[in-house]
Design a binder for this molecule. Structure first.
Ligand code: GTP
Ligand code: MG
Length: 153
């Protein structure tokens, strides 16, 4: 089992898509092990997106992410990082496949509604940054019917 980090960006919250987006993760069978709504400050935005510092879109990205509240979630499951990125789709909503969150709801390269960690290393770094208090540990009984025993090896 892995835990990944996602957040619904300001455009997703403002457009009333938090429930729709979270529903896709729950429907898939993934487990929510952390949730919070917050207004991101420049310090947190800069730390989160440090890898993009210096790129042309970086100032606009920080302005966007700090412009209005976001909703953050810790999501757990087998291969949760990859599965979440598959649910989210390509960065640009105009290119993302239908059936993905960005493909179904987005038309923008920047306002793309949701972030998802891109590797286990990123997930661990981002979870420590956004959920320093840690995530919740609890058994999800439906996992017994979501995974077959070999999935859990
Ligand atoms: P995240 O899950 O948010 O990290 O998206 P990603 O992994 O699909 O994309 P990436 O990490 O490369 O970029 C981070 C975010 O910066 C994107 O989600 C966009 O919001 C924004 N971004 C990336 N590339 C561009 C770009 O070319 N133009 C603009 N306007 N925004 C961009
Ligand atoms: Mg990224």
């Amino acid at each position: 089992m892995e835990t990944t980090f996602i957040f619904v960006k300001p455009d997703g919250v403002q457009r009333g898509l938090v429930g729709e987006i979270l529903n896709r993760f729950e429907r898939k069978g993934l487990q929510v092990v952390g949730a919070k709504m917050l207004r991101v400050d420049e310090d947190l935005a800069g730390k989160h997106y440090a890898e993009h510092e210096g790129k042309p879109f970086y100032p606009g990205l920080i302005k966007f992410i700090t412009s209005s509240p976001i909703m953050a979630f810790a999501i757990r499951g087998v291969d949760a990082v990859t599965v979440s990125r598959t649910l989210i789709g390509a960065t640009n909503g105009r290119k993302a496949d239908p059936g993905t969150i960005r493909g179904d709801f987005g038309l923008s390269g920047g306002f793309n509604m949701i972030h998802g960690s891109d590797s286990i290393e990123s997930a661990n770094r981002e979870l420590a940054l956004w959920f320093p208090e840690g995530t919740l540990e609890y058994d999800k009984s439906s996992n017994l019917w979501t995974y077959d025993p070999s999935d859990l090896d």
